[in-house]
Each structure stands twice: as C-alpha cells, then as structure tokens.
Design a binder for this molecule. Structure first.
Ligand SMILES: Nc1ncnc2c1ncn2[C@@H]1O[C@H](COP(=O)(O)OP(=O)(O)OP(=O)(O)O)[C@@H](O)[C@H]1O
Length: 484
C-alpha cells in the first residue's frame, strides 16, 4: 500500500509526526570545509516511525548531513538530537545540553547529542545504523558472518571481555544463539537465507545492497540511515526494496532516513521529504506538498528564482528529471554560476551543463552519426507503424525518450536489438554509463516488444507513475505505438 495513503494517528490529529514526536532533530547544522559551506544552518526533524527522505541535486549536501548525523564528521556548528522513547523530551534535552554531557539514558528513554559523540557511540549507544553509497561489506566473510560481526558488541559483553566466552560460558552461548537467531531472521526477510554460507563478495549487486540493510538491522537500530539504497537496482529489486523498507517501518517501528535519487522510490514510500539545495533546506513536507513546490522544481531544473516559472510545464519536466533520470541527468542543465563564497558547482553538474537541455523541444544531436547501430541518426519521425511509448521501460523518462527519438530510436524492438556497442554508446550519450545494463533496458524491451508487460510498464499503463506518459500506446508522435 502507498505509504502516503496511510493515515497515521498524528496526521489524523492534523499534526505531523516529525513535529510532535521526532526521533531525530537536526538544529542549525553547519558544516564548512575550509571556505566551502557544504551545509548551512540546516534544521529539520525525522518523525519516529516515519520514512523520511533527504533529497536534492548533486552536491546539495545530503551525504554531508549523513556524515554529521552518524559521527563521521564533526559539524562546524549545530546540535543533533537523537531520542529514545516518545515525545520531544525538551527538559532532558536542555539539561543534557547545559551539563556538557554527551547523553542521558534512563530505562527505555534517552537523549543523545550526536555532535558530541564518537561514531562508535552513535551506533551502539544512540542506536543509529547506516549504509553507504558504496557498499562496504566484509567481502571475504560469509553472508552470515557479516551479520554476526555486526552484533559483536552484545557478544563481547556476554563474553565478559575475557576468554570465558571462548570457553563456552552459558551467558556467551545464549548471546551467540540470539545473535544467530537475529541474523537468520533478517536473512529471511531479505531473501538471503540460501546464500548464508557464501562469501558476501559472491552475491550479485542487488543482494549485497539487501545484505547491507540486514546487517544494519542486526545492530538493533532506532534510526536506520540509508545512503542511496536503490542505486543500481533493477526494477524488480527496487520494488522489493520499497516493500522491505515499509516492513521495517510498519512491523518493527524503526525510523528510516534515506538519501535517494530514485524519485519513484522516494515518492512511493516517504512519509516526509526534506529537500536541500546548495546546503540549505528549500522544502520540507509530505510528498504531495514537496513535489508541487516551485522552489523544488526550480532547484532540479536550474531555473533562476527571480524568473517567472511556468509551474505546470516545469512540473512535467521535473517529473521526468527527478523520477526517471539518473543522478547525472538530475543535475540542472543551465544553473546559474554559484555566487562568490559559495561552493563551486560539482563536477557532475558542470558536465551536465555542457549538455543540451533535454526537456524542451526536439533534441538535435551533434554526434548522432557516430551511433554504432543501424537506426538512422537525426530527428526523423517514426515509420507507419508509429512509435512505442518508450517510457514504459523503467529508467527511460520523457527526457531520455526525446533523446532516443532524436537518434531515430522509436520502438522497443530497436532497444531489444542493442548489443554491447550500442549500450555503451547510448549510455554515454544519455549521460549515465552503466545504467542501461543495471536497469536491464534490453531485457525489458524484449518483453515489451513481444507485447508483454513488466511490473513497471503496468504501473505506467495505469497512470500510477506520474513521470511517464500513461498508456501502452499513443506515443507523442502519433501512431499505434504502445504494442510493438
Ligand atoms: N570531505 C570533504 N572535503 C571537502 N569538501 C567536501 C567534503 N565532503 C563533501 N564536500 C563538498 O560538500 C558539498 C556537498 O557534498 P555532498 O557529498 O554532501 O553532496 P550530496 O548532496 O550528497 O551529493 P551527491 O548527490 O552527488 O552524492 C560538495 O560541494 C562536496 O564537494
């Protein structure tokens, strides 16, 4: 079920959960690297039991925020409050702040000032777990061992910090059994139980991503921080990830904070979205409010704030850029140069700025004649058979579809025929090498070319995916289109 459709008690009362029961409060957070302000005076809250997404263009400061919350960076300024137990606990927060202590814990309740704590304390005492943009597993260890190592603290405590544990004292044995039980539980939930004894490095990419989440869950977190969990997943894996995260929230009551570029994932599962740009917050609210916020639209498309924005038209483009495009394409094509003293445009954004705008008009491709496939280059219209709705392939948003059409690629059968040379060329032409393989465009196109459906194409057809043109047929250029 769509998370947004759920009425939570706090929402029913007209108050958002992140306002009256925040598990995490980030207050006036600033992080400077020399003269560069990566995050500036940022304040936001994460509701207990919510899935909260931190989004924004490349270089907006999202990972820096994660690194401050999880203790990898010491913030230049600001307070980061983690709470165990319900409510804001304002008196305790102020008492801990004034006392100079790092945290106060009483029974199930606790207040932790993360900016004062070391990363290992943040994970073991404040119980904040994280995964990384680049997978960091112990590749040589088995899948099960990775989950047991994650629980080393309870095991070490049970061993009495001595050889007693190794000698098989009952306390250690019990802790060991519990650790294995917990590991098996999360292996089942992440569908990895059959691979328990395989080296982690042998797992395919999507399975390694699930193992990272299982490993984080084995540490018993109150808050799970996920850095781009959907990166590189194929459509099936991406939809399984959504289910897993909803399960973690709904069945275990764990709060989730995620950085994610896949707007399909963000919009489907997030209770709350915080949008950053240039290190500052530009929007904060539900998916509904954020997706129609002109400042968000402008940030993603690089429109000057002072300029008049045609919101409906831009929103359509935003959908294509944010929901179906890779990070590289999300970088604004025509951003203003950064003001002196602010940080420089990230490399990816600079690269994107050199590309032609994909969102308006027909795309002329200077080097289309270098395309290695058989399709005629240029901006020809489709033949009598009409064009397919290429956005039924997950990963091809309207912007990429226009660029494909400009190459003379109109039909699923053409994509289905791509070999290595075409995949590499088109990947680089669209600005995201490697994604075509990862998202299995060719495999999807083969199914669609035969008139079949994929899980994603069904969502497009039902109009559920707001980024794509709905329906099997009637491509923009006319013709029957939908069925190949
Ligand atoms: N350790 C560091 N030293 C210097 N600059 C840094 C450091 N970490 C991040 N930055 C800079 O801070 C800015 C924000 O980077 P950050 O990685 O937080 O952005 P992001 O929103 O996570 O981007 P992306 O979506 O591309 O991962 C960038 O300009 C980056 O170059």
């Amino acid at each position: 079920m769509d998370a947004m459709a759920k009425k939570k008690p706090s929402e029913a009362a007209g108050v958002n959960r992140w306002e009256n029961d925040p598990v995490l409060s980030v207050e006036h957070l600033t992080m400077r690297f020399g003269g560069l302000v990566a995050v500036g005076d940022l304040t936001f809250e994460v509701g207990r039991g919510d899935i909260t997404a931190l989004i924004g263009p490349n270089g907006a400061g999202k990972t820096t925020v994660f690194n401050c919350v999880t203790g990898f960076y010491k913030p230049t300024e600001g307070r980061i409050i983690m709470r165990h137990g319900p409510g804001r606990q304002d008196d305790t927060v102020e008492a801990v702040t004034g006392s100079g202590a790092r945290f106060k814990k009483e029974g199930d309740k606790g207040v932790f000032l993360l900016e004062r704590m070391a990363d290992h304390e943040i994970s073991h005492k404040a119980r904040v777990a994280r995964t990384f943009q680049n997978i960091r597993l112990f590749g040589g260890m088995t899948v099960l061992e990775n989950l047991l190592v994650a629980q080393h603290n309870p095991l070490v405590v049970a061993s009495g910090f001595s050889f007693g544990g190794i000698l098989g004292l009952p306390g250690y044995k019990k802790a060991e059994e519990e650790a294995i039980e917990k590991a098996v539980y999360w292996l089942e939930k992440t569908r990895l139980v059959d691979r328990a004894d395989d080296p982690a490095s042998d797992l395919p990419y999507g399975a390694q991503r699930r193992l990272e989440i299982a490993r984080a869950m084995c540490t018993g977190p109150e808050l799970l921080c996920l850095d781009e969990p959907a990166a590189g997943l194929n459509p099936r894996e991406s939809s399984e990830l959504n289910e897993l995260l909803k399960y973690i929230r709904d069945e275990h009551g764990i709060s989730v904070l995620l950085i994610e570029h896949d707007m399909g994932v963000v919009m489907e599962i997030s209770d709350h979205i915080v949008v950053l740009d240039y290190g500052v917050k530009i929007a904060d609210g539900t998916a509904e409010t954020v997706r129609s916020d002109p400042r968000v639209i402008a940030a993603y498309l690089g429109v000057d704030e002072e300029e008049e924005i045609d919101v409906p038209e831009v929103r359509e483009d935003l959908s294509s850029v944010t929901k179906d495009q890779p990070p590289e394409e999300k970088a604004p094509p025509a951003r203003k140069p950064r003001a002196a003293g602010k940080r420089a445009a990230p490399a990816k954004a600079k690269a994107a700025a050199a590309k032609p705008a994909a969102s308006t008009g027909e795309v002329k491709v200077a080097d289309a004649d270098k395309y290695p496939g058989k399709q005629p280059p240029g901006t020809k219209k489709p033949g009598a058979g009409g064009a397919n709705n290429l956005t039924r392939i997950k990963g091809v948003g309207p912007a990429s579809e226009k660029k494909l059409n400009a190459l003379g690629i109109w039909n699923f059968s053409q994509v289905a025929a791509w070999k290595k040379a075409e995949i590499e060329w088109v990947g680089s032409y669209l600005g995201f090498p490697g994604r075509i393989e990862r998202e299995e465009w060719v495999k999807q196109a083969k199914v669609l070319a035969k008139g079949g459906d994929t899980e994603f194409s069904k969502r497009v057809d039902s109009g559920e995916v707001a980024t794509s043109r709905p329906g099997r047929g009637a491509a923009r250029t006319g013709g029957k289109g939908g069925k190949a």
